[in-house]
Design a protein around this ligand. Structure first.
Ligand code: FNR
Length: 382
């Protein structure tokens, strides 16, 4: 029985080969940042208000003119096809069914057009890594044509974080067979049989872009996570020229960067340390959030991700000024447990917990959540 997302994590650990589970769990260096994401969220206090009519509690939120049933979405994660074949479309379907957005990673195993057509009514955002500008430009144009509603430029991966379990497991894409990996795969026959028809997943978005030399180079760069490190604030004008919809930056933690984002016409920020997978010394996402919110001062929406494991964590993020939160690993635990249904079960768990928390707090709408910081619990506000 799944009582909480931790149960789903336990199932994922059972179902997946070790190298896949370790890849999902992966944190940089010693995992300090990952643990801070969790412990700082745990430390936030929300003070209930009593004797308020909570017969109707509205969890919805409006973002860029679209209504989300719940104030959270599924964060972009690469290689979802390793968890389940067509994992990206399964997550997109789960998100659409529950009225929340899904963000597709550049490093997905499915073509972005196929993911979009699997759930044409859902809110879908496209995450962008820039390895080569021509290739990035092609992805942006394809995402616009396919109907993605926002573009999320991830800015915290100038180079890949140091994920030592992947090194120990000998995990890399494309697969290089080893005795250790073969044993890992053989001892998880359900996963292996499921994977068989599709074979080892590749970066479909890049191969689909034409199969020319540029695409081969971009594949190689994404494999090595060799990003275009010459990307600077001024480069955003180039993206602006290609993308007319909302443009968000993901991976901002410093309030001065938040101000720079405003200066450069960015439409939204995702306060994130990439789930603790990049710089191990980064502050937790929840502790960085209020500083960014203060710098932005309501001019554009500010989202956060990192460490959300309970509906109550979402309430905390919103109380500290986020418009909405995103979840990374919990959605993958659900996907590993039972495909789209498993992801939906995780979303429903988080939704039920959020609803209960809001009711306990006496907050009948998400806009009432910041009020729960009054009377204590303001440890991260300035
Ligand atoms: C990620 N994340 C990520 N972010 C991004 O912008 N592009 C990507 O391709 C990926 N890939 C990726 C793979 C896996 C396995 C994980 C766990 C994470 C980061 C992700 O979007 C998000 O910032 C974190 O996952 C949030 O932290 P939690 O919710 O996992 O604690």
């Amino acid at each position: 029985m799944l009582i909480n997302t931790e149960d789903s994590r336990g199932r994922a650990r059972q179902n997946l080969p070790r190298f896949v589970f370790d890849y999902i769990e992966g944190a940089a260096d010693d995992g300090h940042c990952l643990r801070r994401n969790l412990s700082d969220l745990a430390a936030v206090e929300l003070t209930p208000r009593v004797l308020r009519d909570t017969t109707a509690v509205d969890t919805s939120v409006e973002v860029f003119g679209r209504k989300w049933a719940l104030p959270f979405g599924i964060a972009p994660t690469g290689l979802n096809g390793l968890v389940r074949p067509r994992g990206d479309s399964l997550l997109a379907i789960a998100a659409a069914r529950t009225g929340i957005p899904f963000a597709l990673s550049t490093a997905s195993n499915m073509r972005l057009e196929d993911v979009r057509s699997a759930s044409p009514d859902g809110v879908q955002w496209m995450q962008l890594y820039v390895m080569h500008r021509d290739m990035a430009g092609q992805i942006v144009e394809r995402a616009a044509r396919a109907g993605y509603q926002a573009l999320v430029l991830t800015v915290d991966v100038p180079v890949s974080g140091n994920r030592e379990p992947d090194l120990r497991n000998g995990f890399r894409v494309p697969f290089k067979p080893s005795v250790k990996l073969a044993w890992d795969v053989m001892t998880h026959p359900t996963w292996s049989l499921r994977m068989l028809p599709g074979g080892a997943p590749d970066f479909a978005n890049l191969t689909a872009a034409g199969g020319d030399a540029g695409s081969a180079n971009a594949q190689a760069a994404l494999l090595a996570r060799a990003m275009d490190r010459s990307l600077v604030w001024e480069t955003l004008a180039w993206l602006r020229g290609l993308w007319k919809g909302p443009l968000l930056l993901k991976g901002v933690l410093h309030p001065d960067d938040a101000r720079l984002a405003l200066d450069h016409g960015v439409d939204g920020l995702i306060v994130s340390n990439h789930g603790g997978r990049q710089n191990d010394a980064s502050p937790s996402a929840i502790s960085a959030l209020p500083r960014v919110v203060t710098a932005i001062n309501g001019r554009i929406p500010v989202f956060m991700d990192g460490g959300i494991r309970r509906g109550g964590d979402i309430a905390k993020a919103l109380a500290l000024g986020a418009t909405a939160a995103f979840v990374g690993r919990p959605a993958l635990y659900g996907l590993a447990t039972d495909g789209a249904e498993g992801a939906q079960a995780v979303i429903n768990l988080l939704a039920a917990e959020l609803l209960r928390t809001m009711t306990l707090l006496g907050a009948t709408s998400v806009s009432a959540l910041p009020g729960a910081l009054e009377g204590g619990g303001d440890q991260f506000t300035q």
